[in-house]
Design a protein around this ligand. Sequence first.
Ligand code: SF4
Ligand code: ZN
Ligand code: ZN
Length: 299
Amino acid sequence: MKCKVCKGEAFIKFPAHNAAFCEEHFDAFFIRQVEKAIRRYGMLSPGAGVMVAVSGGKDSLVVADVLSLLGYAVRGLHIDLGIDDNGFSAQSREVSASFFSRRGLPLQVLDLRETFGMSVVEAGRRFPRFCSLCGMTKRYLMNRTAAEAGVEALVTGHNLDDLASALLANVLRWDLRYLAKTLPVLPGENGFARKVKPLALLSEREIAAYAGVHAIQVVTARCPYSTEAKFLRFKRVLNDIEDQSPGTKRRFYEGYVDAAHLFQTSGGVQGGALRPCTVCGMPTSAEVCSFCKTWRGRR
Ligand code: SF4
Ligand code: ZN
Ligand code: ZN
């Protein structure tokens, strides 16, 4: 197997692109795919200030790495959830902090125990669906911190597998509200930060290979509350189709983005008919938002 560019020994093969690359030319290919997504979907202006939501997993660290290489002013936000089992939160925080410090990039750590007096585990005791409380908490704090920081966008590490599998799940349900949220760019509106996904055109395998080439250390501890990863079934189905017909996953996602105007709901992508929370001022459909009810004990 030879590198498509230099004909040297290839270390990775991509049937979807009908190509194989050596490490050096894989790197160039990977960065070009990020640049392409940014340009094609109008994600960021050159050198823009961005806040990257950092979990310590490969996607968030890789997107921070590439954006900083491309000259964007990257700062990170890590939320310490206070999950002690498996050393999950401690390791996630340590891995994130050490990556940002080695790259000389600023990282803001928001510790739930320090800031709100309890961990997500303590807050979750009253909730039957633990992960939805955790997800709501992370989304709220990321939105709010990015808006306060005045950055051009909040960046997340969602990749092609995440987006295509979520898209497939939403298409099978014809869930129009969620269909709009699978876009690579969500506008800043209704009090929500602008959100962009620069890894939208890259697969998990490609991102893992980039992390390997750059020796990026990622969190290995598993959250004790994670059951099956979200949309795993749909990821498997798409991977089966991809094996038979390389390139399908990407064509499925790109085709959807091209036709996304057909799926817009009234009131904007990030939620219409919202009003400011009477406690914190963030958008909500109730008088007091779910975050303030949970973390500030307001009813
Ligand atoms: Fe939070 Fe659930 Fe993810 Fe654990 S698996 S970090 S509890 S959303
Ligand atoms: Zn090469
Ligand atoms: Zn609120």
